[in-house]
Design a protein around this ligand. Structure first.
Ligand code: ATP
Ligand code: ZN
Length: 285
């Protein structure tokens, strides 16, 4: 029996969320602290623990079949990898930053300057798109100190809150790429491996969908059922159960996490009471 080899980050920001997502998808494995690989107990899957930056190359070389990396790494490496599914965590952006005191107006400021970055390919593409010629100085860590020590005029680096930039006297001036963790895969999987991957994708999507939604229960006057159904139609339609109290029902549905608070207010104004909201573990539509 073939197994699908999934590469996850050996240590770092992606690791915990990657492993949790696989566990929530029903894969059982021991974390294999410090080990190079571990076999799932109940699914034809093997996990490989690798440096995130190396994962696209390992997938291209068919050492791994699929893996979880930041979109920034996937785009930068330009390997023979296919983007399968965005995973919704490790959200960050790749931005250009310049010294705070610079009077930056638009990308033309970068013309003829030197940009320090760990993402030369992404920066090259960005400069080309903006018709700018600039030098790229590739460094692998602590990019944000480059302007301060006179190594470059600007940087292109990962930003989440921006506090690292500020503490190095820099300001963010352009977003080059929005990133989050993504599932990527080899473009040349056997049909058996493809089947295992499809099953995994199905499960990951069920977990994601569940996270984006909540199960909602409430008591409502029967006259409000139609209006409430319009607000929270659920997967097919709400479930209605009669209450013992004349003229009232219990209504169950599913609501999107994002417009949850807005909808709660609408439901209350229609007379809904005793509203309960509970998490969903898996959701298959
Ligand atoms: P190394 O390879 O040396 O372990 P790294 O920067 O590649 O360092 P991490 O810091 O663990 O490793 O980052 C892994 C990925 O997490 C990045 O490629 C990026 O997609 C994402 N990421 C990085 N910084 C942040 C952040 N501040 N907030 C959210 N996601 C981030
Ligand atoms: Zn890395």
């Amino acid at each position: 029996m073939e197994t699908l080899r999934i590469a996850v980050q050996k240590s770092g920001r992606l690791q915990e969320n990657s492993l949790n997502l696989l566990k929530e998808s029903g894969l059982h494995f021991n974390n294999g602290n410090g080990r190079l690989k571990t076999q799932a107990e109940n699914f034809p899957v093997e996990l490989l623990f690798l440096r995130d930056d190396d994962i696209p190359q390992y997938i291209e070389d068919s050492v791994a079949d699929t893996g979880i990396v930041g979109a920034n790494v996937f785009v930068e490496k330009q390997k023979q990898n296919e983007l399968i599914l965005p995973l919704g965590f490790a959200k960050c952006r790749l931005s250009i930053a310049v010294p705070r005191y610079e009077n930056y107006r638009d990308t033309y400021w970068l013309q003829g300057k030197n940009i320090a970055t760990s993402y030369p390919n992404i920066v090259k593409t960005f400069l080309k798109k903006n018709n700018i010629e600039a030098g790229i100085h590739e460094i692998s860590g602590s990019v944000e100190i480059a302007p301060g020590i006179g190594l470059a005029d600007a940087v292109c680096d990962i930003v989440s809150s921006g506090s690292t930039l500020v503490s190095n006297g820099l300001k963010e001036v352009e977003t080059v790429l929005e990133s989050e963790a993504v599932l990527i895969a080899s473009t040349k999987l056997s049909s058996t491996k493809k089947q295992i991957l499809d099953e995994l994708i199905f499960r990951l999507q069920a977990v994601q969908k569940a996270k984006d939604n909540k199960y909602i229960l409430m008591n409502c006057p029967n006259v409000a059922i139609e209006a409430i159904t319009k607000i929270i139609p659920g997967m097919k339609s709400p479930t209605i159960l009669p209450l013992k109290k004349e003229g009232w029902s219990s209504l169950h549905s599913v609501v999107d996490e994002n417009d949850f608070w807005k909808k709660i207010n609408q439901l209350k104004s229609l007379g809904a009471e005793g509203i309960l909201v509970v998490p969903i573990e898996k959701m298959i539509v």
